[in-house]
Design a binder for this molecule. Structure first.
Ligand SMILES: Nc1ncnc2c1ncn2[C@@H]1O[C@H](COP(=O)(O)OP(=O)(O)OP(=O)(O)O)[C@@H](O)[C@H]1O
Length: 325
């Protein structure tokens, strides 16, 4: 049996706007195996949120799926009836957002909310309460029994995020999508959450799709990374290999801007000069060439995503046999 859990296959998604179709995702392909942690990295506007909302089918009304499939355990989620998709969300696939207050209801105790999440279970109320306490304990909330009676505002930001993770894992999902879950936290809390996610992934044996615009955070946690730029995949592969030997100039720039260990990320980091192109008026050729310090005449043609070695792909003419020196 295949150990592939999620397959994004040639996915292209547009937003219809007054200025014409905005090409938010173009020909995206990658997969996640069972129990694997895959990171998606890219600057703001590169399509990370569009990708997550497409997987979960929680897209804005002006979204148009142009091409491709999102297969989860072999089933194309884009073709699934809405009711089945609703059942799948929060059960087989769960999500943790950047702002935990998006998950928590401010007027209900944490315990009440954790009971509500278990509405599909046949367990008794006492059993559900015990399970909620057990999950709070699993994410490292001290004295979990007592804290179930408290409200979201009575917890610190880092604790609220850990509770959001506990809630997302209640259903023992096969896939946890973590959408920049540490971006709003300071570096120390960020490290704690990353370490906790690592432990929980092993304990619950779920795959994680981890979204971040910091390659340093991805390097701490993930097995593989998919680098996105302006709605396309420009490089993908083993996280250590890409971190130490990036093949796409955009990935190199991301690493220069975010050099490494997240504990060292206290100072203001440099940014990549220039801007992501207007996705409603895409320039021809390589999408990165307007900002690329290694651009050459060949870049007027779109570079294909090319296999460099097993599991490592990049879309850059510098690595292509047609142009490589
Ligand atoms: N509903 C929408 N209608 C039109 N354009 C949209 C819509 N939602 C997003 N966009 C545009 O699509 C592109 C991709 O946006 P998306 O939010 O997916 O990127 P992102 O990488 O998640 O960025 P961020 O890190 O800032 O959230 C951007 O140019 C954005 O302005």
């Amino acid at each position: 049996m295949s150990d592939t859990l999620l397959e994004i296959d040639r996915l292209s998604v547009d937003y219809e706007t007054a200025r014409g179709d905005l090409k938010a995702l173009r020909d995206i392909s990658f997969d996640i195996r069972k129990g694997e942690i895959v990171g998606i990295v890219g600057e703001s506007g590169c399509g990370k949120s569009t990708l997550i909302s497409s997987i979960l089918r929680l897209t804005a009304p002006n979204t148009r799926f142009r091409q491709g499939e999102v297969r989860f355990k072999g089933q194309d989620l884009l073709q699934l009836p809405k009711r089945k998709m609703r059942d799948l969300r929060g059960a087989d696939i769960s999500i943790v957002f950047q702002d935990p207050m998006q998950t928590h209801n401010p007027v209900l105790s944490i315990g009440r909310q954790m009971l509500d999440i278990q509405h599909r279970s046949n367990a008794t109320k006492t059993e559900k309460w015990a399970r909620a306490a057990q999950m709070l304990g699993a994410v490292g909330i001290p004295d979990p029994e007592a804290r179930l009676d408290q409200f979201p505002h009575e917890f610190s930001g880092g604790m609220r995020q850990r509770i959001a993770i506990a809630m997302a894992l209640m259903s023992e999902p096969d896939l946890l999508i973590a959408d920049e879950p540490t971006t709003a936290l300071d570096a120390t809390l960020e490290v704690q959450i990353i370490e906790r996610l690592h432990q929980l992934q092993q304990e619950f044996d779920c795959a994680i799709l981890f979204i971040s615009h910091h390659l340093g955070v991805i390097a701490e946690l993930c097995d593989r990374v998919v680098v996105m730029y302006a709605g396309t995949v420009v490089e993908s592969g083993d996280v250590r290999e890409i971190f130490h030997d990036p093949k796409h100039p955009y990935t190199r720039r991301l690493i220069d801007c975010d050099p490494g260990h997240i504990k060292e990320r206290a100072r203001v980091l440099p940014t990549i000069p220039g801007e992501v192109p207007d996705l409603a008026k895409l320039p021809g050729g390589c999408i990165f060439r307007g900002r690329c310090y290694q651009a050459m005449p060949h870049c007027a043609k779109v570079p294909p995503l090319t296999k460099l070695k097993e599991g490592h792909h990049a879309a850059c003419w510098l690595n292509h046999e047609e142009t490589a020196q």
